[in-house]
Design a protein around this ligand. Structure first.
Ligand code: XLS
Ligand code: NI
Ligand code: NI
Length: 452
């Protein structure tokens, strides 16, 4: 087979994306499909460069491992970096492709699951060896390029052993195995200088309550998070841990259902100091929330750690993980983020995949350029709305009565039910005040077209 003889000669040298040399900012009047129209990394918005606002990251799994396979058929996407039969060489080829892509895109971060980097071995020892080999290679590439790890994680959902859960499994030996895997993943993440570490519990939930001790499983989960935190801290990890909420899929019910559920859990088990949230747009949709809702819930608790940027499909009820392009949705979210202190530790990771029939290698560029431009545009527009429009004034005026004496007393806890009663008997029927939702919505629509 030709690739077996060619591969060693090409280590680190093959160019996987020769059609693109580099993607840079050309402004909104450019028609170059390989240029940013809005994402100008150095441009300062609200006191911070766009680059620092977002810390855009590529998701290793979707962009360099996913061939487009779905339950109905194998993957049609040619992935030239996945051809070598030797797992370590294949992992290196994949990493070459990833770093070539990120360098050309000007992306400064990536996110990975342990076994995105290299295939899982036949046992823990082989896996450990493989992970260490590829981590050495990654470290070298990171040092040469300046690219960093936004977060690492362990894949605790693909292998059949996790069919009944990982940390929340009813069988202790599986919980222990998950522990061994997470220990490795933490070691690798720390070695690669990962800024954060993620837990997404795709199988931490149940398929049927009939066979499930929900209370115990949640306690197991909390115990597991606590152990992982303690281990990582002992090893010198300074970053945040993020829990990524999702209500279902693949489990029927996932314990990390949505932002509010996870916050309650973290508070109950005293983990809020070290654990924040990684919010995914499409997961919000599945939980029947808007993305803005999830962001607001997190921000209100100082727990907006990071974002998995993507979007769902208006007709499909599953995690389609499309690249983001919904401007109304993103502006609303960016308005909330701009009014907060921004991400606690994290950034914007494109947990998004090309459609199965997007099979040209250059499609990966279009997808990320579109996503980054959508966020950049949303940031510009959100900032402009907050600074130049009546938005904040309108919103504050709705609450004006709480600035007045009685409202203030109420907020301070100085009134009793009897006081509310006396007040209302004297005032009579309150005047109707419009919520003006359409006017607020128009503001976003309007500013989307006058932002440059
Ligand atoms: C799946 C999740 C997953 C996490 C990382 O729905 O989004 O990709 O982000 O395990
Ligand atoms: Ni995700
Ligand atoms: Ni997802």
């Amino acid at each position: 087979m030709a690739h077996q003889t060619i591969a060693p000669v090409l280590i680190g040298k093959q160019e996987y994306f020769p059609q693109v040399s580099s993607v840079s900012f050309e402004g909104h009047s450019s028609s170059n499909p390989f240029a940013y129209k809005f994402y100008d990394p150095a441009r300062v918005i609200a006191g911070k460069s766009m680059k620092d606002h977002f810390k855009f990251a590529v998701a290793y799994w979707h962009s360099f491992c996913g061939t487009g396979a779905d339950p109905f058929g194998s993957g049609p996407r040619p992935m030239p970096w996945l051809q070598n039969p030797d797992p370590i060489q294949k992992a290196k080829d994949k990493m070459d492709a990833a770093f070539e892509f990120m360098t050309k895109m000007g992306l400064n971060y990536y996110c990975f699951h342990d076994f995105d980097l290299v295939e899982e071995g036949s046992d823990l020892q082989v896996s450990r060896y493989r992970l260490e080999s590829i981590a050495d290679y990654a470290l070298e590439k990171q040092e040469n390029s300046g690219i960093k790890v936004l977060w690492g994680t362990a894949n605790l959902f693909s292998h059949p052993r996790y069919m009944n859960g990982a940390a929340s499994n009813p069988d202790f030996s599986i919980v222990a195995y998950a522990g061994a895997q997470v220990k490795n993943a933490l070691d690798i993440s720390i070695k690669l200088g990962a800024e954060n570490y993620v837990f997404w519990g795709g199988r931490e939930g149940y398929m049927s309550l009939l066979n499930t001790h929900m209370k115990q499983e949640q306690e197991q989960l909390a115990r597991f998070f606590t152990m992982a935190r303690d281990y990582a801290r002992k090893k010198g990890f300074k970053g945040y841990f993020f829990i990524e909420p999702k209500p279902a899929e693949p489990s029927k019910h996932q314990y990390d259902f949505d932002a509010a559920t996870v916050l309650g859990f973290l508070q109950k088990y005293d983990l809020l100091e070290d654990f924040k949230l990684n919010l995914e747009v499409n997961h919000a949709t599945l939980a029947q929330h808007t993305f803005a809702h999830e962001v607001q819930v997190a921000v209100d608790s100082g727990a907006l750690g990071s974002i998995d940027a993507n979007r769902g499909d208006e007709q499909n009820g599953w995690d389609t993980d499309q690249f983001p392009n919904n401007h109304m949705e993103l502006v609303e979210a960016m308005m909330i983020i701009l009014q907060s202190d921004g991400f606690v530790g994290g950034g914007v990771n494109f947990d998004a995949k090309l459609r199965r029939n997007s099979t040209d290698l250059e499609d990966l560029f279009y997808a990320h350029i579109g996503g980054m431009d959508a966020f950049a545009k949303a940031l510009i527009v959100a900032d402009k709305i907050l600074r130049e429009s009546d938005y904040l004034k309108m919103k504050n005026e709705r609450y004006q009565s709480f600035q007045e004496e009685k409202g203030q007393q109420f907020l301070r806890g100085e009134l009793k039910m009897e006081d509310l009663s006396i007040y209302s008997w004297n005032q009579g029927e309150p005047e109707a005040k419009s919520g003006k939702q359409e006017l607020y919505e128009n503001l976003i629509a309007e500013y989307l077209y006058r932002f440059i």
